[in-house]
Design a protein around this ligand. Structure first.
Ligand code: NAD
Ligand code: UD1
Length: 346
């Protein structure tokens, strides 16, 4: 294999990873994907290949497999890493904390070892707004205090701390912590999107499953929060905008060293009922719902201060809430069972 400059994308077959792989290719990068398919399907990458005409080198391994990982670094000239691979279900993390610490922290160790061995200096980390816990004020700036209330959140916080300490001892490294708010939607082609297994925990995939007839109605978790209509407020961001944020971070990183933390959100807060209404307007579907008790551990309101990403990265989200709903529905209606009905090899 000829050695060319490439970006290793861990978890690249997953929801955000597959959209980022597509965006990388469209912006002239050569992604190499490693994913153990523990929460995804190869089909996402096959479809990215169809959409872009590119061939994506793909390795089906667990990133904790340091021998397997080393062989990827030996065969490719990896310039930088975008690290998505992790478990992400909050409730499951409470039941299986050890599995979450092992996967989310252990995987990070293998990657950082490879950076040392193979002289890679660029690292982009998938962090989360969950590190802000229940923030005192909105919009939330990157300088807000951090805390975690469940093992999943702890793994994000600990990873940020590990990256900070390791980068401090490697002055030529450049690390971005990207704190995502609530990624939703799908590529406008409707070929790739979010494919949760089982009953979705998150709002948008639940709504699209109601719209497609898989679930009878939406349960709105609480309507007595101190928000404009009493339902929880979040900062929903289109996954294509989010993917573009990674490319902006990669290109900024080439010019700086050290650790840089950015919120990736739209800066706008939308309530659960705002999302329901936007979905109905964007799709013409009616979403029946019932108000039920608040979900344990939920916060009233979270949305990002996005000024740092806009000023430093020159990046800001472009899609609005109706476009997010339109694209989420386009994906769900074209793929009622997600990738389940497809099979193939990369
Ligand atoms: P996802 O589950 O769709 O993608 C993660 C991918 O990583 C999956 O394809 C999975 O198979 C793979 N993976 C997991 N452990 C692995 C391992 N040890 N080795 C190799 N591959 C492994 O999730 P996503 O929504 O695309 O999230 C991507 C990242 O963004 C995660 O780190 C997640 O914690 C973070 N994040 C997600 C959200 C969200 O709401 N989706 C919000 C904030 C942060
Ligand atoms: C979830 C994760 C959080 C992660 C964030 C970003 C949980 C408990 N938390 O939180 O760690 O950082 O996504 O992606 O999973 N809602 C309903 N009915 C539903 C589903 C959700 O009313 O069936 C409401 C929730 O109460 C909340 C809003 O919709 O007000 C959004 O919920 P969700 O999509 O789960 O995201 P977060 O709560 O922000």
């Amino acid at each position: 294999m000829t050695k060319e400059s490439q970006i290793l994308v861990t978890g690249g077959a997953g929801y955000i990873g597959s959209h980022t792989v597509l965006e990388l290719i469209q912006q002239g990068y050569s992604p190499v994907v490693v994913d153990d398919l523990s929460n995804s399907s190869k089909e996402s990458l096959i479809r990215v290949e169809e959409l872009t005409g590119a061939k994506i080198p793909f390795y089906e391994i667990d990133i904790a497999d340091s021998k397997g990982l080393a062989s990827i670094f030996s065969s490719h000239s990896i310039d930088g890493i975008i690290h998505f691979a992790a478990f992400k279900a909050v409730g499951e993390s409470v039941e299986k904390p050890l599995a979450y610490y092992r996967n989310n922290i252990g995987g990070l160790f293998s990657l950082l070892d490879c950076m040392d061995t193979y002289g890679v200096t660029q690292f982009v980390f998938s962090s989360s707004c969950t590190v802000y816990g229940d923030a005192d004020d909105v919009p939330i700036p990157e300088s807000a205090s951090v805390s975690a209330v469940n093992p999943y959140g702890q793994t994000k916080l600990m990873s940020e701390i590990i990256l900070r300490d390791v980068a401090q001892s490697r002055p030529n490294w450049s690390v971005s912590n990207l704190r995502y708010f609530n990624p939703v939607g799908a590529h406008p082609s409707g070929r790739i999107g979010e494919d949760p297994s089982g009953i979705p925990n998150n709002l948008m995939p639940y709504i699209t499953q109601v719209a497609v007839g898989t679930r009878p109605f939406l349960r709105v978790f609480g309507d007595t929060y101190p928000t404009h209509d009493g339902t929880g407020v979040r900062d929903y961001i289109h996954v294509v905008d989010l993917a573009k944020g990674h490319i902006a971070a990669l290109s900024y990183q080439k010019t700086v060293q050290g650790v840089h933390t950015f919120n990736l959100g739209t800066g706008r807060g939308s309530s659960v009922l705002d999302v329901v209404k936007a979905f109905e307007r964007a799709t013409g579907k009616t979403i029946p719902y019932e108000i039920v008790d608040a979900r344990a551990g939920d916060i009233a309101e979270a949305f990002a201060d996005t000024s740092k990403a806009s000023e430093v990265l020159g990046w800001s989200a472009e899609f609005g809430l109706e476009e997010m709903c339109r694209d989420a529905w386009n994906w769900q209606s074209k793929n009622p069972h997600g990738y389940e009905d497809s099979s193939g090899t990369v």
